[in-house]
Design a protein around this ligand. Structure first.
Ligand SMILES: NC(=O)c1ccc[n+]([C@@H]2O[C@H](COP(=O)([O-])OP(=O)(O)OC[C@H]3O[C@@H](n4cnc5c(N)ncnc54)[C@H](O)[C@@H]3O)[C@@H](O)[C@H]2O)c1
Length: 442
């Protein structure tokens, strides 16, 4: 039996106790129950994962900047170092991968890792175009009985996410009619940065560019404090998707979690003039989301860069909520951010006697710790809150909205095949072209 399967089966055998090969029982934190993790993108955002990962074996680390590898080695001195994640993934004995690279390598690292049978925690967003997300999700679905995945929208662990979902599903605003989410971050750039200077000797710049088309080195893509450097490159189409993949991944999760939605049947978008180098700041996207067993078909809206839905009440200034969501029902509105919620019932039934809160024993239990949820899932039941199916659907929807923005018209979508209906120019934008030598499916 492979070590990974052994860990999983043993984990299923009893809460906190493991049956080892010799039949001995040990506590769940015994050394033999540790995951063997490859940490890819070892500094920056990864530093926020160090504490959660410290309970496991970090056996390999990959970073394109050797200076960052040296910093990460202060915390994980026993890991073998790599600068090319393709080689790192072949390190002997890995069973799990944590990917904290820039966005344009997420789908690649995730897909290669799944192909090798590893559990994957991937920072958000799961991919930079519809096809990347569909490829990784399909691969995960083939292996979901063996592997645990989690996409890094850790705000999902705020209990407010579950409470908002319960209010919407239990009818606190009546029958759901529409959902809205927005973010106000605005980072404007005119275009790719011009060539400037030489990459420092520790930085493997060609590997940083990876599958994307080559752009000349400029120090402006680098050097921000850990976890904030993504704001130096994520607005450029070849590296990120701007606010859609940045805060949009977190904020759409707040709405998506309450919808039980599949893929949309259409997308349309309005916003600032299209710039082929830089993603839009001002953007409003609208999706038609099919009905499900508990609600009718609804529209889902995403706003960013100052474009906003109108407030249902003159007493509520939505502009004061930086990243938020709103649900419109037949009997009122629910407005929320990541940690707070507000129900505004209206009309004759504002006494809310139409609504019965669910009993305490039916309330979703807390997630506690988002990264640890994945670590535990790898060892036990493989269940996480934001696996690559749930998070893949949410970000595929958002990325389809960017396709609609780029073609400048409403597009109709077949989620089963991943095809835009009757719009060849939109179908061209579902996929990206990669640099020679790079493949998504390796
Ligand atoms: N979940 C959150 O709240 C949150 C917060 C911040 C960033 N992030 C995500 O984390 C990711 C990284 O963001 P960041 O600000 O740390 O970016 P960054 O530019 O600092 O990159 C992170 C690390 O990856 C390394 N790296 C770059 N390319 C690599 C490659 N091809 N292979 C291996 N290592 C590589 C960098 O040298 C750096 O050490 C982004 O995808 C971002 O969306 C998530």
């Amino acid at each position: 039996m492979k070590r990974r399967e052994f860990l999983k089966r043993a984990g299923n055998a009893g809460a906190g106790l493991l049956i080892l090969r010799g039949g001995m029982l040990r506590g769940a934190d015994a050394p033999s129950n540790k995951l063997n993790i490859a940490l890819i993108g070892a500094w920056g955002r990864a530093t926020q994962h160090y504490d959660a990962l410290a309970s496991e074996n970090i056996v390999a680390m990959c970073d394109v900047d050797e200076k960052h590898l040296a910093l990460a080695a202060e915390r994980f001195p026993n890991a073998k170092h790599y600068t090319d994640w393709r080689k790192c993934l072949d390190h002997k004995g890995i069973d799990s991968v944590v990917c904290c690279t820039p966005d344009h390598q997420h789908a690649f690292v995730s897909n290669w890792a799944l192909n090798r049978g590893y559990h994957v925690y991937c920072e958000k967003p799961l991919g930079n175009c519809v096809d990347e997300v569909r490829t990784v999700r399909a691969n995960y679905l083939k292996r979901k009985d063996k592997l645990a995945t989690q996409v890094g929208t850790q705000r999902h662990a705020h209990e407010n996410f579950a409470r908002v979902r319960e209010l919407v599903k239990d009818g606190a605003i009546g029958e759901l009619q529409a959902a809205y989410a927005w973010g106000n971050r605005q980072i404007r750039r005119p275009g790719y940065l011009p060539a400037e200077g030489e990459p420092p000797p520790t930085l493997h710049y060609d590997l940083w560019i990876g599958p994307s088309p080559m752009h000349p080195y400029n120090p402006g893509y680098f050097g921000a404090k850990p976890g904030a450097n993504c704001l130096n490159w994520n607005m450029f189409w070849d590296f990120g998707t701007g606010q859609v993949g940045d805060m949009g991944s977190h904020t759409i999760d707040l709405a998506w979690n309450a919808l039980d939605a599949g893929l949309p049947t259409s997308a349309e978008a309005e916003g600032e003039k299209f710039n082929p180098e830089v993603t839009p700041v001002e953007l409003h996207m609208t999706f038609e989301i099919p009905a499900n067993s508990w609600r009718k078909a609804i529209q889902l809206h995403w706003y960013q860069g100052g474009m906003m839905p109108s407030s249902p009440s003159k007493y509520v200034d939505l502009n004061k909520i930086d990243h938020g969501a709103m649900f419109k029902g037949s009997k009122g509105f629910l407005i929320c951010d990541f940690t707070t919620r507000l129900v505004i019932p209206f009309g004759k039934e504002a006494d809310m006697t139409y609504y019965a809160p669910r009993p305490k024993d039916k309330i979703a239990p807390p997630i506690e710790h988002f990264q640890k949820e994945w670590i535990n899932a790898c060892k036990t039941d493989l269940k996480t809150s934001c696996n690559m199916e749930y998070s893949g659907n949410a970000i595929e929807t958002m990325l389809l909205g960017l396709v609609a923005y780029r073609v400048g018209k409403k597009i109709r979508y077949d989620g089963a095949t991943g095809n835009v209906i009757d719009c060849p120019e939109a179908n061209e934008l579902i996929k990206k072209k990669y640099r020679e030598g790079w493949t998504l499916n390796g």
